[in-house]
Design a protein around this ligand. Sequence first.
Ligand SMILES: CC(=O)[C@@H](O)[C@H](O)COP(=O)(O)O
Ligand SMILES: NCC(=O)COP(=O)(O)O
Length: 255
Amino acid sequence: MCMKTGYDQMAAKLSVNLNAVALLRNRRDLPWPSVTHLGRVALQAGAHGLTVHPRPDERHTRRSDLPELRALIDDEFPSAEFNIEGYPDEAFLRLVEANQPDQVTLVPDDPAQPTSDHGWDFEAQFDLLAPVVKRLKQGGFRVSLFANPDVAGMDAAKATGADRVELYTGPYGGCEIDSENAARELELLGKAAEAARAQGLDVNAGHDLTVANLPALARRIPDLVEVSIGHGLTADALEFGMSETVRRFLRACGW
Ligand SMILES: CC(=O)[C@@H](O)[C@H](O)COP(=O)(O)O
Ligand SMILES: NCC(=O)COP(=O)(O)O
């Protein structure tokens, strides 16, 4: 990681989640907006990676998007990272193995859920997670586990063999900026990050992050390694264009 430009700390890498672009494309049986091309524009503008969360019903990114995105990174942006998120059933694990991401983020999603809204219960779901993490690590993938902003369970998260946790920032993202609620959620995230770091886990974060709420998160978690952002970033891209939006988000991360 490079030094931040505006702070005395390191900056989190920005991975652009393309699910919202895919959702827009999927309104028609047409190939635009192109998920792969908007991924290219985001990487050209300086994003550090691309994230997809292909769900079983393919309402967002489709299985067929993944080889194209893998090839985009391999051919044009070899230092960028590809992050695939999802619930670790056999179909998902095979999809991951076929598309060789740099990072796999395991999320406890039910297929019927509109979006991700909680992290793993690491103790209760340890027996599910540990063998999956082992298989993914043997495949050479970095593994991150979606986590509630909760101090409890970080030891169990570490015991699964995972490399990182990704803190679920939805409740923080839903708060009015500078409100007491935002301060309380931020503190929960900060404490959870400290607990994860104490176990030797690196910390990612994501869900409902915006240009407005990112700077305080980056200050509270100075060693945050990566943020993955889709909905808010895509909304801004409609207003400012993808390139300018990525630059705005990079600045909000502290680059
Ligand atoms: C794991 C997580 O927080 C997700 O935010 C997610 O990948 C968002 O995906 P959707 O945009 O498809 O809801
Ligand atoms: N991994 C979290 C993520 O990708 C965030 O997505 P979004 O809430 O910003 O759409």
